[in-house]
Design a protein around this ligand. Structure first.
Ligand code: SF4
Length: 403
């Protein structure tokens, strides 16, 4: 894979002019890896043209509507067997802040979220802690389950009972585990982060993170598609990858979506340095790294894809990211912090709405499942009526002029 990547980067130097690639993307032509790499690596003088083509494609598919999901973030457990060097979320048992949410806590947070208008319960947690920690296996036993995913299913039941729609991102899951969660989830997710196996090698950010093997992650993303699960994935910028590897990650996601049609949104997320992590001094991607990746994502993935960037990680770049082709801001919570980036507060939706409006966009709420997936092909019958009723309520409120 590494030598294939090098040869693609080398070949990309003999590439077509950027304008020709942009015109091909605007004409609906499927871009090759070489073309995607040429776009993301384009010289600065082409950046305006890159963003403007991406924005034109976004406008064709999404118009000037931009969305967000009102959510409560439930860190079911922050214990994790992996050790990604950029992570501040994970803990070992006994660490300050180590937390496995008890059922009553999940109920309380879900209820409070529902009272504040949240529709989504984001179940976000560490990967397979029961494999690594005896103390946690004991916790699961006391809770009457034997695996984390069994406990996530319980957490989803609680959130559903409180009126929310779960979206689970529990790391790598098996087909059987995803089958168990499908009736309890509006959608699920797994960040690809990056397709490059280099990041798992010695000295890489994922050296001690077996669940970050990109082949395993692509396998799960494909399996979710085969199970007809509306799925969220994305890339993480600034973890040691090259620009070419960012582009190749986007084409890999596009290819999976072509096989199954299940990728409902693609997140372009930037690494943020924090004092307590091993990568405390690593450089963060700048706004233009993000704009290049967002625009390339739009041009690779096409007008129909939902392309998202988290507004709390780049609060000064709202207008830039809209101009680069996004149409979604992801989950925003009035209640719980972003446990993955706890230093980065969510924007107030009123203020975000005003900034979008000044840039010529209308901010609106969506569910954890996008409207294009609210049909019998994608919805599990167990949750379909709830999803449809909540979607109608959001739509009626939006017609009434509220976001
Ligand atoms: S990023 Fe996810 S998988 Fe990696 S250490 Fe943190 S919680 Fe675990």
């Amino acid at each position: 894979m590494a030598s294939a990547q090098i040869s693609l980067a080398t070949d990309a130097r003999k590439r077509a002019p950027i304008r020709d690639i942009l015109d091909r993307a605007l004409a609906g032509v499927r871009l090759s890896d070489h073309e995607a790499i040429a776009l993301i690596e384009c010289p600065d003088q082409h950046l305006d043209a890159l963003m403007s083509a991406a924005a034109e494609l976004r406008d064709r598919g999404k118009g000037r509507d931009v969305t967000y999901s009102r959510k409560v973030f439930l860190p079911v457990t922050n214990l994790c067997r992996d050790r990604c060097t950029y992570c501040t979320f994970r803990k070992d048992p006994g660490d300050p802040g180590a937390w496995t949410m008890m059922p009553h806590e999940i109920a309380q947070w879900s209820r409070r979220g529902a009272e504040l208008g949240c529709k989504e319960a984001l179940m976000c947690l560490g990967d397979k802690p029961e494999v690594a920690f005896k103390e946690y296996r004991e916790t699961l036993r006391e809770l009457g389950v034997s695996t984390t995913i069994e406990y996530v299913a319980r957490a989803c039941e609680i959130a559903v009972a409180e009126g929310l729609l779960p979206h689970t991102n529990a790391g790598l899951m098996t087909v059987a585990e995803m089958r168990t969660l499908r009736p309890l989830n509006a959608s699920m997710g797994l960040m690809l982060e990056n397709i490059s196996p280099r990041l798992r090698a010695s000295g890489g950010v994922h050296q001690a993170a077996p669940d970050k093997d990109p082949a395993l992650r692509m396998k799960m993303i494909d399996e979710a598609g085969a199970l007809k699960i509306p799925f969220t994935t994305g890339i993480l910028l600034g973890i040691g990858e090259t620009e070419a590897e960012r582009a190749q990650s986007l084409t890999a996601i596009r290819d999976s979506h072509e096989r199954h049609g299940h990728i409902q949104e693609v997140i372009i997320q930037n690494f943020r340095a924090k004092p307590e992590i091993a990568m405390a001094d690593a450089p963060e991607p700048d706004a233009y790294d993000m704009a290049r990746a967002i625009a390339t994502a739009r041009l690779v993935l096409g007008p129909a894809m939902n392309v998202q960037a988290p507004p709390n990680l780049s609060p000064n770049q709202i207008e830039l990211f809209l101009n680069a082709g996004i149409n979604d801001w992801g989950g925003i919570s009035p209640l719980s912090k972003d446990y993955v980036n706890p230093e980065a507060p969510w924007p107030h939706t009123e203020i975000l709405g005003e900034r979008c409006a000044r840039a010529g966009f209308k901010l609106g709420e969506r569910l954890a499942i996008y409207p294009e997936y609210i049909n019998d092909d994608w919805l599990d019958p167990a949750i379909a009526d709830r999803v449809r009723a909540m979607h109608r309520a959001i739509r009626d409120r939006s017609v009434g002029g509220q976001t």
